[in-house]
Write a protein that binds this ligand. Sequence first.
Ligand SMILES: [Zn+2]
Length: 395
Amino acid sequence: MDKLFIKNAKVVLPDTVTDKVSVLVCDGKIKEINCKVCPESAEVLDADGGYLLAGFIDTHVHGGGGADFMEATVEAFHTVTETHLKHGTTMLAPTSMTATPEELQSFVKTYLEFLKTDRKGAKTLGLHLEGPYLSGAGGKSKGAQRGDLLRYPDMDEIKLLYELSEGHIIRWDTAPELPGAVEFAEYLSSKGVVCSMAHSAATTDQAETGINAGFSHVTHCYNAITTYHKDGQKVLDGVVEAAYLNDDVVIELICDGCHIPKGIVRLALKLKGAKKVCAITDAMRIAGTDMKKGYLGTPSCGSEVIVDDGVAKLPDLSSFAGSIATTDRCLRVLCRNYGINICDASKMLSLAPAKLHKIDKEYGSIEVGKVADLVIADCNYNIESVILDGIIKKF
Ligand SMILES: [Zn+2]
């Protein structure tokens, strides 16, 4: 039996942080919290008084380490998953960009190939498709997605891609106001796919029609998503209000410290609770590198971006274009810069995404019986160790 004894750790539990205690891991599962006796055969890891947290689950990530999933090569999948693991992401959902039907098919096929290989990075939850059925209305909500490739939901394409994925598409983002969005949500939600409202110009009523059809999540809430605004003399509401008015809807926030200010994080936590607010990176290829410019997506389906003030932007600075954050930065932003308590930050980074994808029986928090995907962070929230299936990763 493989045993790991993590001593001297402040364990971040869902609602409290322990004093310095020890945690015993056996055969990749959490066996005992506040374990008093170290078994003779156990490997010992001294957390040195740092925090022991559930591994981070990033459900929205495009790239990192210089690679992007839309390159559709097995190597790119390895590079991105390995890069993010070093920063504490123990599980992620490879995320696509708006692209041609052929490019989306090769993204899906490459993932199936990748699953057959020996993988050393973060685990993968399944595929997340961001687009291509997004609103380009007024050019305001497309963000950095390529406008000329946006289209209305096409059930033939949707069914083909879903079947091609052999059930590995676990989330799909679409603007709920588009013609065909109701059919999209009814079909995919019946398959257990999380349908998320994204890059949308919808009013609250339109968003609620989508929610009734099966949309249950909001993609990078507040970014390329409507909220209260004026159109000439008219006052309008948006997707954000629909998310707050419907308790079952989960939202995600890009917690890089640039996309979402502190007050919005606090408001979202107050209205929805940390179990329904996922912290994501929305990271692009520059994450985890020193690069100053690159592509969001690939040269054929993406946009050129530059790094300015710790965030990726379109070269004319007209829009943010994905973040360059890794999940450890999200933890620091939430706890150090925004003053969010570490239990809530941990829920946002681990439990909320695990619940959204219904894997919270095994993942998302430190509880006896759950998989030992864990991170240790020092008092400044820098990652000291990453543990996957009870095994300490060496980088
Ligand atoms: Zn994205």
